[in-house]
Ligand binder design. Structure first.
Ligand code: MN3
Length: 200
């Protein structure tokens, strides 16, 4: 069973003005589709064709660079589309907000540290909020690595991920990653982040 590009839950223009329609269209139809196609090619005819993406992530150290990069790309973008949405932003609620306050001091401090993780990731990669056991951690990964991978420095369930590859922001923000990361807060779908947080 080959992996497929998941349906996007909103239009390309739905995250305007924070993330522009052209970036969304290219990012989803070209970049994400390429990760899916290349992952399928890389696992074709192997036992990994029958495995879940989570299984592949957990065994990435034994697999090829093509599987690591494209499997990671597929996992990361699938998460990215769902933790964003139109008319979102604001702040988390309930247990998640409480956990964020307890771990990082405040929601503002959390945003500052998450942004810093994205800003200090040299080159291409991702900033993450991760659930490790019952704890929250902020981390970043290079390229298309993620906290689900057995090779990750901080391993756990990613709750929120921000793509800091230039392809995620260059058309609108050029080199200004800081402006993209500031705008990102306006589209975060906290309901989805909270749903992931409650997963055991
Ligand atoms: Mn991307």
């Amino acid at each position: 069973m080959a992996f497929e590009l998941p349906k996007l839950g909103y239009d390309y223009a739905a995250l305007e003005p924070h993330i522009d329609a052209r970036t969304m269209e290219i990012h989803y139809t070209k970049h994400h589709q390429a990760y899916v196609n290349n992952l399928n090619t890389a696992i074709a005819g192997t036992e990994w064709e029958q495995k879940s993406l989570e299984d592949i992530m957990a065994n990435v150290s034994k697999l090829s660079a093509a599987v690591r990069n494209n499997g990671g790309g597929h996992y990361n973008h699938t998460l990215y589309w769902t933790v964003m949405g139109p008319n979102k932003g604001g702040s988390p609620k309930g247990d998640l907000l409480e956990a964020i306050n307890q771990t990082f001091g405040s929601f503002d401090k959390f945003k500052e540290l998450f942004t810093q993780a994205g800003m200090t990731r040299f080159g291409s990669g991702w900033a993450w909020l991760v659930k490790v056991g019952n704890e929250l951690k902020i981390t970043s990964t290079p390229n298309q690595d993620n906290p689900m991978m057995d090779i990750a420095e901080v391993k756990g369930l990613p709750l929120l991920g921000a793509d800091v590859w230039e392809h995620a922001y260059y058309l609108k923000y050029q080199n200004r990653r800081n402006e993209y990361l500031a705008a990102f807060w306006n589209v975060v779908n906290w309901d989805e982040v909270e749903r992931r947080f409650k997963r055991t």
